[in-house]
Design a protein. Structure first.
Length: 102
């Protein structure tokens, strides 16, 4: 199966006067890239869409086998756990990204 990099949890103190940006990178460390797909999901297996301050950047998918999940600006409703799902012809695997907001 594809092996994904570990994603460290992020905790921020929300300050409406000073908007903040948070990014999570999901990268394949090892495994076949044949028919590779990478996708960010909520933990209920629903795909994360780029909207309401959430951005999915796939520009480095081909070159670096990486996709980025970015919150800009971070909002209270972005709190939670997200999974990066990697699939190839052999198998699938996932890595969890946690965003804690105070």
């Amino acid at each position: 199966p594809p092996r994904l990099s570990t994603i460290e949890p992020t905790e921020i103190n929300l300050d409406e006067q000073h908007p903040q940006r948070v990014s999570f990178m999901c990268q394949i460390e090892r495994g076949s890239t044949e028919s590779l797909s990478l996708e960010w999901q909520f933990l209920n297996n629903t795909a994360v869409q780029s909207a309401n301050g959430v951005h999915i950047d796939r520009t480095r998918l081909e070159s670096d086998k990486m996709i980025e999940l970015r919150f800009d600006p971070v909002r209270r409703e972005h709190f939670g756990n997200y999974s990066c799902l990697a699939k190839n012809l052999a198998d699938s695997s996932y890595s969890i990204a946690s965003l804690y907001i105070q």
